[in-house]
Design a protein around this ligand. Structure first.
Ligand SMILES: [Zn+2]
Ligand SMILES: [Zn+2]
Length: 697
């Protein structure tokens, strides 16, 4: 049997691309072994490329018994051992082992970062039979043929063991936090209400709950203060301009007094100040900035954006997205990329402008990443038709890339001070002198121009009208997925790859709701519990410190053993505290859970009695589900509506377009989910009935 080189990739798509790129005729053969795809490529020797399915191994407890804590004993096992529903992993690993038998050299071609390094290392060690010392490492940032070819001829002689160590530690630390707190919280609530409801907090979730709690508290206790704003409409030549009074006004009496003093008067231009300022081109995207920007311009959550970017990367359209770099090193052939982008009609006029520059140099940010450059487009044409969101994210990356090479925009700001009697008003104008990079980044950037008429100092202007508007001071705004992600980055907790998931977990656990992130009562209870009994767990400082120490394992100045030992020393007293107070913790949490469950069933206000709430209920007598008014229990309102019986009915939070009653969502096995307006008098329903009858006649 001819021996071959076994190349291991993280995902099936990557395996296909790598095999195609490495085959001398760019024609690799796809094979199946027990349903697991792999590719055979011919070069100077035979190459077999086999993919993983992301992580094939995981951390698991020594014992499978689930109802105790604290627990600090763990081991690495194939995922099918620890997770229900991961049965496919068994066949997958068997197939990799089988393919490894006839291989005499090994290449780890998983994504070049913490996660990829662990995936490749564990496969080489466990599935290939202790080949981790023998394996070479393939390092690349895009899945284009040129880069894959180059990276294969320049294989790194060893796996990056320090990175593997850091990655493994991170998983172990997260497991220790996750398993112990999930059990402590879940078990204490279950002991009180007898129901198993998953509660959790992780190493990073705790501090994030802290930010959200602090913000939510300041919003809840915010008292808005009224104030008045005054504007004067000035006649300047043939134009009317609105000037703003320089101060905010505290009382209505004062506002009205000022209004009368200024009305019908003539003002005088005191001073005109103009200034030019530069708006520098933006940095190329690191993952966090891309997620933020995609949220700002498209409203995509960070998790969604990462998913889309990952897809575009596997299609060789953009470089590796899980990067914290804001740099584009000159080893990237900028001109070649721009030439490729020329294939897209819509970028042609822009690339032409960049080709005219003698020195093509990107503006770079401060953040760096040892493994990957900033996110950039490869310029390749898509081989399939992209979905609308994919097209949008790709366009954002392309325009951002081009913008970084362009020049600064020059903005002229103008401010005129106008005195009316003794009161000072200001007029503010803005004009774009040079668009610079903004032309490349349209439509994602917009500087609104406000053009002012030319004004001379001393010039008289007539006050045509004075307008008062009453306003209120605003509470601090809620975090949105973009700004919360930025906050996590700012205080340096979590990693670029995990932050988006952490936000999702908070929603899944019902600690937060809505896009403008609002903390739920359950979130508050969990946070309060942790703050009371184990403040170390929600401490931003401690979390960051641990984060930094794990980072130092990568550079060899910290060890896995020492970090794990210290983590156990942090966790032990915290968990002891929870255990000692298990009953009171359980009572509070289960009350909050019950409330959250009830809230989930509230459909909206009762349209009949106006004070009750409509709730999805189930009759004790008949077992039937229906919608009833909460005032029924007080004997005040007996409004009720029938519901389909064999389906799952849930709250939508949306109103019927026709009658504006709240609606519910009906989900039945094997059928399409639909929205139901349960108002028997709804006009939409009557119309539908009529159409139906006409159809019959
Ligand atoms: Zn009612
Ligand atoms: Zn309706």
């Amino acid at each position: 049997m001819q021996k071959y080189t076994l190349v291991i990739t993280e995902k099936p798509d990557a395996a296909r691309r790598i095999a195609l790129a490495l085959d001398k005729r760019h024609k690799a053969t796809k094979m199946l072994l027990n349903g697991v795809p792999y590719y055979v490529a011919e070069r100077d020797r035979k190459i077999v490329v086999v993919p993983a399915l992301g992580h094939l191994y995981t951390v698991a407890g020594e014992r499978s018994w689930r109802d105790f804590y604290p627990t600090f004993a763990f081991r690495w096992v194939p995922r099918f051992v620890a997770e229900r529903g991961a049965g496919r992993i068994r066949t997958w690993l068997n197939s990799i082992s089988k393919l490894a038998e006839d291989a005499d050299s090994f290449v780890d071609a998983c994504d070049y970062d913490l996660e990829g390094s662990i995936i490749g290392y564990l496969i080489a060690k466990f599935a290939c039979g202790n080949k981790e010392k023998l394996a070479k490492r393939m390092k690349y940032s895009t899945l284009t043929e040129e880069e894959l070819e180059k990276s294969y001829t320049q294989l790194l002689p060893n796996l990056d063991f320090a990175q593997v160590e850091a990655g493994i530690t991170r998983h172990e630390v997260d497991w220790l936090y996750g398993i112990n707190f999930s059990r402590a919280l879940t078990i204490s609530a279950k002991n009180v209400n007898g129901r198993y409801e998953m509660l959790s907090t992780g190493r990073v979730q705790g501090p994030v709950l802290m930010f959200l709690g602090a913000r939510e508290a300041s919003i809840r206790c915010f008292v808005p203060t009224p104030y008045w704003e005054m504007r004067a409409q000035l006649e300047i030549g043939i134009q009317i301009c609105e000037a703003l009074y320089e101060k905010t006004i505290a009382t209505k009496t004062e506002a009205e007094k000022l209004l009368h003093e200024c009305l019908q008067k003539t003002g005088q231009v005191e001073k005109v100040v103009t200034a030019q300022h530069l708006q520098f081109p933006p940095f190329p995207f690191d993952l966090g900035t891309l997620q933020n920007e995609a949220y700002r311009v498209f409203g995509y959550t960070p998790k969604r954006t990462l998913g889309i970017a990952q897809r575009l990367y596997l299609d060789a359209l953009i470089s590796y997205p899980r990067t914290s770099s804001q740099k584009l090193p000159p080893t990237i052939d900028y001109r070649a990329i721009l030439r490729n982008l020329n294939h897209f009609q819509s970028y042609r006029s822009l690339t032409a402008q960049l080709f005219e520059l003698t020195n093509l140099k990107p503006r770079e940010g401060a953040k760096d990443d040892p493994a990957h450059p900033a996110i950039y487009p490869t310029g390749s044409m898509p081989e399939r038709s992209l979905t609308m969101p994919e097209e949008k994210v790709l366009d954002l990356v392309v325009r951002r890339f081009m913008a970084t090479f362009s020049s600064s925009a020059v903005i002229q700001a103008m401010k005129a001070y106008i005195k009316v009697v003794s009161h000072l008003f200001t007029l503010t104008g803005r004009r774009i002198l040079t668009g610079g990079w903004q032309k490349f980044y349209e439509p994602y950037v917009r500087t609104e121009e406000v053009l002012l008429p030319s004004l001379q100092e001393g010039e008289k202007v007539k006050v045509r009208e004075v307008l008062l508007s009453d306003k209120f001071t605003q509470p601090p705004s809620r975090y949105n997925p973009g700004s919360l992600l930025r906050k996590m980055e700012e205080v340096r907790i979590g990693t670029k790859s995990t932050r988006a998931d952490i936000l999702q977990i908070l929603y899944d656990r019902k600690y937060t709701k809505n896009e403008r992130i609002e903390m739920t009562d359950l979130g508050f209870e969990v946070l309060d519990t942790l703050k009371n009994y184990c403040p170390a767990i929600v401490s931003v400082e401690l979390t960051r410190e641990l984060e930094e120490r794990m980072g130092r394992i990568q550079t060899g100045s910290e060890t896995r053993e020492k970090v794990l030992e210290d983590v156990v020393n942090i966790l032990k007293p915290a968990l002891d505290q929870l255990k000692t107070n298990e009953e009171s913790v359980g009572k509070r949490l289960s009350t909050a859970i019950a409330k959250a469950r009830l809230e989930e069933r509230i459909v909206g206000s009762c349209p009949v009695c106006k004070t009750g709430k409509l709730i999805i209920l189930r009759s004790k007598k008949t077992g039937k589900q229906f919608i009833g008014c909460s005032n029924y229990f007080k004997g005040q309102c007996s409004t009720s509506f029938a519901l389909p019986q064999t389906s799952h009915v849930s709250v939508t939070g949306k109103c019927c377009k026709c009658c504006e009653w709240p609606t519910v969502e009906v989900r039945a096995r094997g059928k399409r989910t639909w929205t139901l307006c349960f108002n028997p008098e709804c006009a939409a329903k009557k119309r539908r009935k009529q159409v139906g009858m006409q159809g019959m006649s």
